[in-house]
Design a protein around this ligand. Structure first.
Ligand code: PMV
Length: 325
């Protein structure tokens, strides 16, 4: 990274994520398994002098200032505060380029937070970046588990436990994914509240569902380690059925899942909060992933592919969860 000044600019990048197993249950302490996406967010801090902090999101036609009354402005303010005076005292103009659908369950807001935190302070550790992006993310999600921020900051395949942190996983083979979009944005906050309401109404049933999700996550972690993608896909399929019981799926998400399975997906499920957003399918290789995207496209849905490279055991350290008040 070059020094800041003399017309130079600095940038930060972060990927989106899909949850392969464990969304919603993860809010209540069950482990979840996520995979970082190749698509993500690039934030550039411009070297030009700025009168005050400004954040521009290219493509959305949005420009905000800290605490300007918008959610984005409040999140920006929270991130700057969490970054400390050496960062927040110096006005910056930040331009953000987003490759992810907002409200799509693919970690768009967390990826923006991580990319901006990195652009503002390229030497910050992963833990500090997670802390700052968590402050940002709280504005949008109220009660986020932290999985989106963890996945954006660490990348690759990972196991996440709320309050504990992110552990990169050993993966024997490349994980080939297809992500299909309903084109309908959904509110994670609302969906999380809906599941919490069902949990209060019928605690025993929801506890049973969450326990089973936990078992599926354990099975999937082993399957990734041994390269058994049939077993991984089977766990994803069962997780989708459990998510339907919560109930956070929609007819469009079920259609995306059915199309992917019809095209031979090893597993397919909704990903993220549900109520709209995206579905994810596990493919046997890149060509297979593209075939599923084509099938979705024939039915009028957008989609794209993403791959996550194999990882050896040297990456297994735990990145602790952010501990903001
Ligand atoms: O923000 P989304 O749609 O990717 O959903 C995140 C996953 C949830 O488990 C539903 C919420 C959370 O904070 O973990």
């Amino acid at each position: 990274m070059t020094a800041f000044g003399n017309g130079e600019e600095r940038s930060g990048r972060a990927g989106g994520k899909v949850i392969l197993l464990g969304e919603h249950a993860v809010v209540h302490g069950v482990p979840a398994l996520a995979v970082g996406l190749e698509r993500g967010v690039i934030a550039r801090v411009l070297a030009a002098e700025a009168r005050g902090h400004e954040l521009h999101v290219a493509g959305w036609g949005v420009a905000v200032r800290p605490s300007d009354g918008t959610d984005l402005g409040s999140a920006f303010h929270a991130l700057l505060e969490a970054s400390g005076p050496s960062i927040s005292a110096r006005p910056r103009m930040i331009h953000v380029h987003v490759e992810l659908p907002p409200g799509g369950g693919v970690g768009c807001s967390a990826a923006i937070g991580v990319a901006v935190a990195r652009a503002l302070d390229p030497s910050a550790s992963i833990e500090r970046v997670m802390e700052r992006a968590t402050a940002w993310e709280r504005i949008f999600h109220g009660n986020p588990s932290g999985i989106d921020v963890g996945a954006a900051a660490v990348g690759g395949c990972l196991r996440f436990v709320r309050g504990e942190g992110v552990r990169p996983l050993v993966t024997a083979r490349t994980v080939h994914l297809a992500v299909g979009a309903t084109g309908r944005a959904s509110s994670t906050k609302m969906m999380v509240e809906r599941v919490a309401a069902l949990r209060s109404e019928d605690p025993a049933r929801v506890a049973g569902i969450f326990d089973r999700v936990g078992e599926l996550v354990d099975a999937a972690v082993s399957a990734l380690g041994s390269g058994d993608h049939d077993a991984l896909g089977a766990a994803m399929n069962e997780n989708h059925s459990l998510l339907r019981e919560l109930p956070v799926s929609t007819p469009e998400l079920d259609e995306l899942v059915a199309i992917a399975r019809g095209a031979g997906a090893l597993g397919a499920k909704l990903t993220g909060a549900g109520g709209g957003g995206c579905a994810v399918a596990l493919a046997s290789d890149e060509a297979h992933a593209l075939e599923m995207v084509r099938e979705w496209s024939r039915a009028g849905f957008d989609g794209w592919t993403s791959a996550s490279a194999p990882r050896q055991s040297d990456a297994m350290r735990l990145y602790p969860a952010a501990t903001l008040p």
